[in-house]
Ligand binder design. Structure first.
Ligand code: SIN
Length: 308
């Protein structure tokens, strides 16, 4: 069974990888991903300086999903720039995720990270968890300006991690930006931002930052993730590969993302909950699922969702 895929000219032996944020902050975590069955190593979104992130509790798993407001805890881009060459020992692509609080942050990080040549750059325009900082991906003009600036300072393939959109008009506007900027890939979706999970027994929110508001992940968001993968696939076709993420708990969920148009799939909540053995289980389940349906590769079913 062929689970290999290609994102912007970068070959992955398997289409499964971690989502930025899930078990990928420290060198130890990144090396564990390197030693796992993940097809690539994705870093935590890095910022100019190291960050402790938001106050705890800031992640809670619940039946059906998770809510988080991590606040971009990370070691700062200089630390990841040092680490990236060493991560090559694992022989799999490295995806550097970058974030920032103003345009210059992104440009500064992109320039420095480009020097150490990860395989792909994933520009995070969709973190919902920084108090007072809206998700850039919801401002179409600002996104285009920012992506153009970053594009000018990098030579490696540049992709963008987008928030979920809920209206076809927004998918169309974004697709226009992605085409004009000529991004090399997209990752959809980041968590469903500013949701509220509460504990009615305690009559309380469950996470501390932002009065309990945070990004939803896990099974509960799969339909939103699939809708975004599908909408962008229909608008972009296969000239901008899509990495699907959101609600992947089983091999069947991976298949659903691929059927909607994803060329690869990232795992967030399930990786946090289950640890890196999740890649072995998902690979086994995906292979079984594809075999039962007579497919010999993921590329054979990519985008093939039927409409009624
Ligand atoms: C966080 O660190 O708050 C999550 C990152 C993200 O959603 O982009």
């Amino acid at each position: 069974m062929d689970l290999s895929t290609n994102i912007a000219g970068v070959q992955l032996s398997t289409c499964l990888m971690n989502a930025s944020g899930a078990r990928c902050v420290s060198q130890d975590e990144l090396e564990r991903l390197g030693g796992s069955l993940a097809g690539a190593i994705v870093t935590k979104s890095m910022t100019p300086q190291s960050r402790a992130g938001n106050p705890e509790p800031r992640y809670v798993g619940f039946e059906g999903g998770s809510i988080n407001s991590m606040g971009l805890p990370n070691l700062g881009y200089a630390a990841y720039a040092k680490m990236i060459p060493g991560l090559r020992q694992f022989g799999k692509p490295i995806v550097a995720s970058i974030a920032g609080f103003q345009m210059d942050d992104f440009v500064e990080i992109a320039k420095a990270i480009n020097e150490v040549k990860p395989d792909l750059l994933e520009v995070n325009l969709s973190c919902p968890n920084i108090p007072g900082k809206p998700q850039i991906g919801y401002d179409v003009e600002a996104s285009e300006r920012l992506l153009n600036k970053i594009r000018n300072v990098v030579s490696i393939p540049m992709g963008v991690k987008l928030p979920p959109y809920f209206d076809p008009a927004h998918h169309e506007m974004l697709a226009g930006v992605l085409d004009r900027v000529k991004v090399s890939f997209i990752t959809v979706i980041n968590s469903v931002g500013n949701a509220l999970v509460i504990d009615p027994d305690k009559e309380s929110v469950v996470i501390k930052p932002k009065g309990g508001f945070g990004g939803l992940g896990g099974r509960i968001i799969k339909p939103v993730a699939l809708a975004n993968v599908r909408a962008f696939w229909k608008l972009l076709g296969d000239h901008i590969p899509i990495i699907g993420t959101g609600g992947v708990e089983t091999g069947r969920d991976v298949f659903e993302h691929v059927l909607c148009g994803a060329s690869a799939v990232q795992i967030g909540t399930a990786l946090v909950e289950e640890d890196i053995s999740v890649f072995e289980r998902l690979e086994r389940e995906l292979k079984q699922w594809l075999q039962q349906r007579g497919y010999s590769s993921i590329m054979a079913c990519r985008g093939k969702l039927k409409e009624l």
